[in-house]
Design a protein around this ligand. Structure first.
Ligand SMILES: [Fe+2]
Ligand SMILES: [Fe+2]
Length: 289
């Protein structure tokens, strides 16, 4: 990992809208190293993202009026813009999955119902704490993805751009929900309770989603373990590193900015900017912090 001085991610938080051609017929069903288990792990996480991200936006926007710091209020606005773009792009990606023959509507419907029920049952404090907890998960995954050049190299170029964009912005806005949670005085107990609930939700929905997709492919248990072992062999340090980053959230003095920024280069971010839809300048280059 690089220090923050080496990273292009230090230049401020802003909304981008890269062109992502999910109609590209060259995107294979198994877009990560022809590995169905890893591809569907990412896919399963993709499926829950739009509803979850819209929930994140609602929970921070509900508390924007309670935040006095004008810088944080502006970061909330950009956070909402980035997450809305992500949700939209992930829904566009769903269309590709459907074209590839995957039946995902029932799963998406169940996810939506579960999310709506959890939101209704949660207090404002629990909902913002859940958002901060989920943001720690997304920024951890983003950090891991951007720290592993060979992981990115194994992806189809469109999917790589999709993940680099989303990961970069997850890191840019990783502290926004946490800072809102701190600003409204959520206790350590509620922060950790929410983290445990969110951990369970992520495990549940990504496992269910992966199994649902692998079942549609008719993959045997033996094959599933074969591809899992293959990935673990190649990326042996990932489980240890992800445990380290995820457990850090339990520290009382934890703050998202304490995690080192991965080595995404200025060139990589410039590539993203080049691929932005310039027809919508407000979304593409506006909203600087
Ligand atoms: Fe996002
Ligand atoms: Fe996020």
């Amino acid at each position: 990992m690089t220090t923050s001085q080496d990273s292009g991610l230090q230049r401020g938080i802003r909304v981008r809208k890269p062109r992502l051609d999910f109609d590209d017929a060259s995107i294979p069903c198994y877009w990560f190293k022809n590995n169905p288990v890893v591809t569907h792990g990412f896919n399963a996480f993709n499926l829950v993202i739009p509803d979850f991200e819209r929930f994140f936006v609602r929970s921070v926007m509900r508390l924007r009026g309670c935040v006095n710091d004008p810088v944080l209020r502006n970061r909330i606005k950009v956070f909402a813009g980035q997450e809305s773009m992500h949700a939209q792009a992930h829904e566009n990606y769903f269309e590709l999955m459907k074209k590839q023959g995957y039946k995902i509507d029932r799963y998406l419907h169940l996810c939506k119902k579960y999310g709506a029920l959890s939101e209704r049952m949660g207090t404002r404090s629990l909902n913002i704490a859940s958002t901060a907890a989920a943001e720690h998960y997304t920024s951890t995954i983003a950090t891991l993805v951007l720290s592993q050049p060979s992981l990115l190299a194994g992806m189809h170029p469109t999917m790589r751009r999709f993940l680099v964009w989303h990961s970069a912005e997850e890191i840019e806005h990783r502290a926004v929900a946490f800072d809102v949670m701190q600003a409204v005085g959520v206790s350590y107990f509620v922060r950790i309770l929410a983290y445990i609930i969110v951990s369970f939700d992520i495990l549940l929905w990504t496992t269910l989603g992966s199994l649902m997709l692998l079942r549609q492919d008719g993959l045997s248990i033996r094959k599933i373990f074969f591809y899992k072992r293959k990935f673990r062999k190649e990326f042996a340090d990932l489980p240890r590193e992800s445990r380290r980053l995820l457990l850090a959230y339990f520290r009382k003095d934890f703050h998202p900015e304490q995690t080192a920024i991965p080595p995404i280069t200025h060139a990589e971010l410039s590539n993203l900017d080049d691929a932005c839809d310039k027809s919508d300048l407000k979304e593409c280059v506006g909203a600087q912090e």
